[in-house]
Design a binder for this molecule. Structure first.
Ligand code: ATP
Ligand code: MG
Length: 520
């Protein structure tokens, strides 16, 4: 074998050894998670692999146009003008720089040696590039033990520089994600506090015994998972109570899902409640139903008195078995849902009429909360009205307003067929329309003042019962509202704080005929 062949074999073996060493470094790199330890490791391995004395990794600070060291094996961290020195030249030109005698190169920045007390001879610097090509710094290696750095060293340092750049970029992304996550967690806990505050039992305003009993009951049952039935006229705070129960319970971090039973058509009962499996019919997308959506949390069945008999049967089954089956699904899915049902109907009456299953009624009525109508708790009207007035002034960015004693008296004497919702609407209107700070009787609608006076008079006259008086007042209010709103039922219902169906029911009860709207 000639001496040339022997040299060739030796060179190949050397290259093979180096590739093996790079592979080993790669394995270590993949195992290391901490950025500083990782960069130190790469610098140390590079020094060993290329038989050099020192290695440094510099990052480019684009704002100040400086290089600063994040790794300096055996020396102090440094920061210097990126336009100076060979490391700077590599970062600015994007070229690998290989110098045998640094002091003979005019670009060499001697002050760093003077400052660190080190004596640089040979130097190899390669730029650090992000994936998309942007230069973020330099990987530099100093003083090869024997002679100058060669072409193999250049290639090895370039490969390692790629690893360094990837590690730095990944670390930045991870840092950014952590910061984002921290911000989101902070925001989430802030919103959470707001939601909890907004729906706490303390937000059910009222010092009357009836309201305080409701608040106490809600606090007592919050931590259990018993089903609850909430009854009460329209606008008395049934949904407010349901949310207070949910957000005060251990289920509060899971969803509160509301289902308006009156708006549930017979043919959609199953898919709405239990969901539908994908591809049941051509083009059908799969989706989950209300029970699954509320899993772990609370399902609020609003207007339960309007639930079809088919839906009642389906719901009863789930309440008994705690399992649901999606439309077109083959297996039963367990669900853990607390049911809170609400209605403004007299459910016992609905059972008699055959509209409500008795077994469902008793199943839901484990705990029964009755929201009192506002006319039964007039002592709460001052605190409620002042609370709502403050709230709307704040929301609409108006100066605070005060209700005069006369206005409060008038509000207390009025029978409020639309309950707290109607009181809310009235106060919103006042906040929008009244520029003055003091709200007097004069700022209240004519009908309200008249009816309030009549209520006082009728209370003094014991000939009619309170129920009769209230009914008479309600009938007249509905007639007046319909007249004012030119027979537009939706507008009249809104003005009275009722739903349209609520208004129609009352019209039937009082035999108020629907007059055709005058044509234009
Ligand atoms: N005691 C109360 N304290 C403070 N706000 C109340 C109270 N009762 C009701 N409200 C407010 O009145 C409005 C109507 O309440 P909610 O929607 O809960 O009534 P509801 O009984 O569900 O009415 P409906 O039968 O028409 O659905 C809401 O804005 C609610 O916040
Ligand atoms: Mg409601």
């Amino acid at each position: 074998m000639s001496s040339i062949d022997r040299r060739d074999i030796y060179k190949r073996k050397q290259l093979g050894d180096k590739l093996l060493a790079i592979l080993k470094i790669s394995q270590k790199i993949n195992a290391e998670r901490d950025l500083t330890s990782l960069l130190n490791l790469i610098a140390e391995e590079a020094t060993k692999l290329m038989e050099a004395d020192r290695a440094s990794i510099f990052l480019l600070d684009r704002e100040k146009f400086e290089l600063w060291s994040i790794v300096t094996l055996d020396s102090e961290p440094i920061r210097f003008d990126a336009r100076l020195g060979l490391a700077g030249a590599a970062a600015l030109t994007g070229q690998t720089i290989n110098v045998e005698e640094a002091y003979q190169d005019s670009r060499f920045y001697k002050e760093i040696d003077e400052c660190t007390g080190y004596c640089t001879r040979s130097l190899l610097a390669v730029p650090l590039r992000k994936n998309e090509g942007e230069i973020i710094g330099t990987f530099q290696i100093l003083n090869k033990k024997s002679g100058a750095f060669n072409k193999d060293d250049e290639e090895i340092l370039e490969v390692l520089a790629e690893q360094v750049a990837i590690a730095i970029e990944t670390a930045h992304v991870v840092e950014e994600l952590k910061r984002h996550r921290g911000q989101l967690l902070e925001e989430n806990s802030q919103l959470w506090k707001e939601v909890k505050g907004k729906f706490s039992a303390q937000n059910i305003i009222g010092t009357s015994t009836l309201i305080q009993n409701v608040v106490r009951l809600i606090e007592q049952i919050s931590d259990s998972s018993v089903d609850v039935l909430i009854t009460g006229e329209s606008g008395t705070g049934k949904e407010l109570a349901a949310k207070a129960i949910h957000y005060n319970s251990s289920r509060s971090h899971s969803p509160f899902v509301a289902l308006n039973s009156a708006a549930l058509p017979e043919n959609l009962v199953e898919s709405e409640l239990f969901g539908i499996e994908k591809g049941v019919a051509t083009g059908v997308e799969g989706r989950i139903g209300k029970f699954e959506a509320a899993n772990g949390g609370t399902l609020f069945l609003d207007e339960i008195g309007d639930l079809s008999l088919l839906a009642q049967a389906k719901i009863l089954r789930v309440l008994q078995e705690r399992l649901i089956e999606r439309v077109g699904g083959r297996k039963a899915v367990p669900v853990d849902v607390r049911i809170i049902a609400a209605t403004n109907k007299d459910l016992e009456e609905e059972i008699k009429k055959g509209n409500l299953r008795e077994d469902l009624y008793y199943r839901l009525k484990v705990i029964h909360i009755e929201m009192p109508p506002l006319r039964e708790i007039p002592e709460d009207i001052p605190i409620l009205a002042n609370h709502l007035l403050d709230k709307y002034c704040r929301e609409m960015k108006k100066d605070p307003k005060k209700l005069s004693a006369g206005a409060v008296r008038c509000l207390m004497n009025y029978p409020w067929p639309g309950n707290v919702r109607q009181l809310e609407n009235e106060l919103k209107r006042i906040v929008v329309l009244t520029p003055r700070e003091a709200i007097t009787e004069e700022d209240l609608p004519e009908t309200m003042k008249k009816i309030s006076t009549e209520m006082v008079d009728s209370k003094l006259r014991p000939v009619r019962s309170l129920k009769e008086t209230v009914e008479e007042v309600e009938r007249r209010m509905i007639e007046e509202a319909l007249q004012t709103c030119k027979q537009n039922q939706l507008q009249a219902a809104k003005a009275l704080g009722l739903s349209r169906s609520g208004l129609i029911k009352k019209m039937k009860r009082y035999e108020i005929k629907f007059k055709l709207r005058p044509s234009n």
